[in-house]
Design a protein around this ligand. Structure first.
Ligand code: ATP
Length: 325
C-alpha cells in the first residue's frame, strides 16, 4: 500500500486532530503517503482532498475540533454513493482509508470495505456510546469541560441557595450525564436508559435533602430526555420552582461541551488508536474497528462490533444514587 486516506465524520470531538496526526505520522514511518479527505464522506463524494505530511500535522495535537473538517452526509447511506466514493478514492490513488467517528461512521466504513476499499474505523465521539470499546476519543475532555462549567454554576447557586437544572449532550446515551453527574455532586441524574419519576426522583429528592440541611441543588439531565420525552430543562426548572419554592434556573451547555484542547487521556488514546489503525491497513486488514479495552488497544470486525449492545453501568448509577443524599 503506497497511499492511504483519513477522514473525520459525524460530530467533532476533542482528540480527532491527535488521531489524524498519529495516522499521518505512522503512515510516513511506514513509507506511505496520506491524503486527508475533508468533510468526511461528503468530501469523498466531492473529491475534496488535502495532502497531509509529517510536517503539516505539526501543532494540531493540542487543538479541539478537526483540521480536516467533519460533516454528516445522509446520502452516504445509499450504496450507489458508497460505490462512487470507492471509485473516487481509487482514482485518486487511495488504497486504504482510516475513518474517525461514531457508530454511524462505522456503518459507512463497513460499506466501503464491502465495496472493495480497505477501511479501518476508530471511535471518535464525545458520547462514549460505542459498545465495542471502553473508551471513545473526546469523552474525557468533554467530561472535564462539563465538570468545569457546572462547578462554575455551583459557585453561584450555592451563594444564592438556588437549584440549577443542566442539560448535557447525549441524544441517545446518558454516559456523559451520569459520569458528569457524579463528578459535580448532582442531587438527581436523568438519563434515557433509566426510567424516572419527576415527583419521586427529583422533587421528592430535593425536599428530602433540603430537610437534612442542603440548600443548593444540581439536577443533571441528558438531552435524550428532551428528544424522547419532550421534557425541556426550562419546563423541569419551572416545575421544581413551583413545587418546592426554590429559585431554579435552567442551563443548556450545548456545543461548549464539544470544544477545547484535548485532555492527556484523549491525546494518548487517539495516538495509540491512530497508530494501530495504520498498522492494520499496512498488514492488509479491512473492515476492522480499533478499540480500547482495559489497557490494551485491540481490533474487532466492524459487523461484530455493530451488533454488540451497550448497557448503562448499573453499579455506577447505583453509586450515584447512594452518594447523592
Ligand atoms: P456522532 O454520533 O458522534 O455524531 P456518528 O458517526 O455516529 O458520530 P452519524 O451522523 O450517525 O454520526 O454518522 C456520520 C455519517 O456516517 C453520516 O452522516 C453518514 O455519512 C454515515 N452513515 C451513518 N449511518 C450510515 C449507514 N447506515 N450506512 C452508511 N453510512 C452511514
Amino acid at each position: 500500500m503506497k497511499k492511504i486516506g483519513v477522514l473525520t465524520s459525524g460530530g467533532d470531538s476533542p482528540g480527532m486532530n491527535a488521531a489524524v496526526r498519529a495516522v499521518v505520522r505512522t503512515a510516513c514511518y511506514l513509507g506511505m503517503e496520506v491524503v486527508g479527505v475533508r468533510y468526511g464522506y461528503k468530501g469523498l463524494l466531492e473529491n475534496d482532498y488535502i495532502e497531509l505530511n509529517m510536517r503539516n500535522v505539526c501543532d494540531i495535537i493540542h487543538r479541539g475540533g478537526t483540521k480536516i473538517y467533519s460533516a454528516r452526509c445522509v446520502g452516504f447511506r445509499e450504496m450507489e454513493n458508497v460505490r462512487k466514493g470507492v471509485q473516487n478514492a481509487k482514482e485518486h490513488g487511495i488504497e486504504g482509508l482510516v475513518v474517525i467517528g461514531g457508530d454511524g461512521s462505522f456503518r459507512g466504513a463497513r460499506d466501503l470495505s464491502n465495496e472493495g476499499l480497505p477501511t479501518i474505523a476508530m471511535p471518535g465521539t464525545i458520547d462514549n456510546d460505542i459498545v465495542c470499546t471502553d473508551y471513545t476519543i473526546g469523552f474525557d475532555t468533554c467530561l472535564n469541560t462539563i465538570q468545569e462549567l457546572v462547578d462554575r454554576l455551583r459557585d453561584t447557586i450555592e451563594s444564592h441557595s438556588r437549584c440549577s437544572v443542566v442539560e448535557v449532550m447525549g441524544a441517545r446515551a446518558g454516559y456523559l450525564t451520569l459520569n458528569a453527574g457524579i463528578a459535580v455532586g448532582a442531587t438527581a441524574i436523568l438519563i434515557p436508559e433509566i426510567p424516572y419519576d419527576i415527583e419521586k426522583d427529583v422533587i421528592g429528592k430535593i425536599l428530602r435533602t433540603r430537610a437534612t440541611g442542603k440548600h443548593h441543588f444540581i439536577i443533571m439531565m441528558a438531552e435524550g430526555i428532551r428528544f424522547r420525552d419532550g421534557l425541556t430543562v426550562d419546563q423541569l426548572a419551572k416545575r421544581i420552582q413551583d413545587e418546592t419554592g426554590i429559585e431554579t434556573r435552567a442551563t443548556v451547555l450545548g456545543h461548549m461541551q464539544r470544544g477545547g484542547s484535548p485532555s492527556v487521556r484523549d491525546r494518548v488514546k487517539a495516538s495509540q488508536m491512530g497508530n494501530k489503525a495504520v498498522h492494520l491497513l499496512y498488514e492488509g486488514s479491512s473492515n476492522r474497528v480499533v478499540v480500547s479495552k482495559g489497557e490494551e488497544i485491540i481490533d474487532y470486525d466492524i459487523n461484530e462490533a455493530l451488533e454488540m449492545k451497550k448497557t448503562i453501568d448499573m453499579d455506577l448509577y447505583n453509586c450515584a444514587m447512594e452518594i447523592s443524599l
